[in-house]
Write a protein that binds this ligand. Structure first.
Ligand SMILES: [Zn+2]
Ligand SMILES: [Zn+2]
Length: 561
């Protein structure tokens, strides 16, 4: 029924100069992590990689302003990024940096392959130059009006806030220098281009074959191809970046969008070196049976569904993405998340500890609570909204009132009345069997939904099962049957405690810290992260098994924002 095999999962490489907010987390790191965790439970061969995207003009400028070298700044930022994803339980097998030598080497090799295969051209460009600041104005340092939709300001590289179209600085209407607001002059310089038009036919064929992609992503990409692709400049007049190994271009670096996705490959190479099998990465990038899944925000679709596959095609050596999961945007309390307006929930490291910030205020909240709510509102098919009132309602009602309540009620009843031992059941009755059947059905539907990337549906399936557990416990009234019908009471506890175990495994990809706590309370061997999903619906807790020390899984969330 399902396709099994080898997977490489990636989350969008965060730009090191931007500290993450909940929108970044929900748009790539979290869904990628949930997916990778499920694949591990399914027993699939999976490697999950990421890393910081460090080059480019924004970092150069920020470093200059903080009187650091770009490398010094990125060294600091990398530590902060890594801490934040670790805190969130993002289970990267390797989290690399695009500035590491491996990425330099592989990017240069890939460039040389594209060059010798005839996919790189040289063109003279008129580039914006600020006579006041005496420098070329790369991408982000020039703004103006979008020629496509009229939005102002559109950035020099993309109309990021409105129509999403990729732009060239020369296309902007009424451009201005972001630093001094003066109108730049245009100077002629020679640059290198990736010949995207040469890939049009192959890209179109490939995308049409990818019928398992989401319709919105496929249609968007096919639309762009139908409009006709243009050659894309891959060099920049910067110093912080990967130098270009070609006569006449040594003083330039690769555009970070050329080498950043190559970071997925170099992160995998690094992972292979770390496990002492340096050739192992090839299984994930050069074997056509591997399924490469990229989790990205919708503003990155064009890079991952056109430019990146074109680069891979052009080398004639690498496997193309199996899935580009383009997520929609997350808003905050009805408005767009904005760093400059401090609008949103941001992650930062203060005194060496990860803190959740709303504006300047630090909010105490456990990562699993955020993971749960973010998974619940994940913008899989349309934009969604983070609302604190709703957060409180869902966390207290579902996570605590449904799951936490069922687990604690069942386990504390076992502790009080069965001396913490799983009882010997009698012959199971209809209600008991129905609940066991419900676990079996949930297992199947969760697996199906996950493989179709419907992670929100999978979460709903799991919480429906937990709700069924609460209903079962309520209807079977073990506190009454304890004396009146002890056989039935034993059946109830036997089934209920096994359901608690099933729920620990099922919820692991969503709330890994709490699932592991539950695992410890059940006094089970090993880690919940290493379980076999096939056994989710099996009776594993046998009569006589003694559970451990129990306590409520979550604390009620009562913080006023
Ligand atoms: Zn536009
Ligand atoms: Zn200027």
């Amino acid at each position: 029924m399902f396709e099994f095999g080898r997977w490489l999962v990636t989350a969008a490489l965060p730009y090191s100069n931007n500290l993450p907010h909940i929108g970044n987390i929900v748009g790539s790191h979290l869904p990628a992590d949930i997916f990778a965790r499920f694949l591990r439970l399914f027993g699939e061969d999976v490697v999950f990689v990421g890393g910081t995207d460090e080059h480019g003009s924004p970092t150069e400028v920020a470093a200059f302003q903080s009187k650091l070298t770009p490398k010094e700044l990125c060294d600091r930022l990398y530590v902060i990024h890594k801490k934040i994803y670790d805190w969130f339980g993002i289970s990267y097998d390797n989290f690399s940096r695009t500035s590491r030598p491996t990425n330099h080497k592989i990017s240069q090799e890939i460039f040389l392959k594209l060059l010798s295969n005839g996919f790189i051209s040289k063109k003279k460009l008129l580039l914006p130059y600020c006579t006041v600041d005496k420098k070329f104005l790369p991408d982000r340092w020039i703004e103006g009006t979008c020629p496509n939709c009229g939005h102002r300001p559109a950035r020099g590289d993309q109309c990021a806030d409105s129509c999403g179209r990729l732009l060239d600085p020369s296309e902007l209407i009424e451009p201005y220098c972001v630093i001094c607001k003066n109108k730049p002059v245009f100077k002629e310089v020679e640059h290198l281009f990736l010949e995207l038009p040469k890939f049009e036919k192959e890209l179109e064929k490939w995308i049409k074959e990818n019928k398992h992609w989401k319709a919105n992503v496929r249609n968007l990409v096919l639309g762009w191809i139908n409009e006709g692709l243009r050659a894309r400049c891959i060099s920049r007049d910067l110093t912080w970046g990967i130098s270009i190994p070609l006569e006449g271009f040594q003083d330039k670096v690769f555009y970070c969008w050329f080498e950043a996705p190559i970071g997925y490959i170099s992160s995998t190479v690094e992972w292979a070196e770390n496990i002492g099998k340096p050739e192992e990465w090839k299984k994930y990038w050069q074997d056509r049976n591997t399924k490469i899944v990229h989790f990205i925000g919708k503003d990155n679709i064009v890079f991952h569904a056109i430019i990146w596959p074109a680069i891979l095609m052009g080398t004639q050596e690498f496997t193309l993405p199996y899935q580009v999961a383009g997520l929609e945007f997350l808003n905050y309390e009805g408005d767009k998340i904005s760093k400059s307006r401090s609008w949103g929930v941001f992650l930062d490291v203060v005194d060496n500890e990860v803190k959740v910030k709303v504006g300047d205020k630090i909010v105490e909240v456990e990562p699993d609570l955020l993971r749960f709510y973010l998974a619940l509102i994940m913008p899989e098919t349309k934009d969604s909204d983070f609302v604190w009132k709703e957060f409180e309602r869902k966390v207290n009602g579902e996570l605590i009132g449904n799951l936490g309540n069922f687990a604690f009620r069942a386990l504390s009843f076992l502790r009080s009345n069965f001396n913490s031992n799983v009882p010997e059941p009698d012959e199971l009755k209809v209600k008991d069997k129905n609940l066991l059947k419900k676990i079996e059905e949930t297992k199947k539907v969760v697996k199906k939904n996950v493989l179709e990337l419907k992670l929100k549906d999978a979460l709903k399936n799991i919480f429906e099962l937990s709700r069924a557990g609460n209903k079962y416990f309520q209807e079977k009234k073990p506190w009454e049957t304890l004396k009146k019908n002890p056989e039935d009471c034993r059946n109830t506890m036997y089934v209920a405690v096994n359901l608690v175990r099933s729920l620990a495994v099922l919820t692991e990809p969503f709330i890994p810290f709490s699932a592991e706590k539950l695992w410890t309370q059940l006094n089970l061997e090993g880690s919940v992260h290493e379980q076999d999903f096939e056994n989710v619906d099996k009776i594993i807790l046998k009569p006589g098994h003694r559970i451990g020390t129990i306590e409520p899984l979550f604390k009620k969330f009562e913080t006023k924002i």
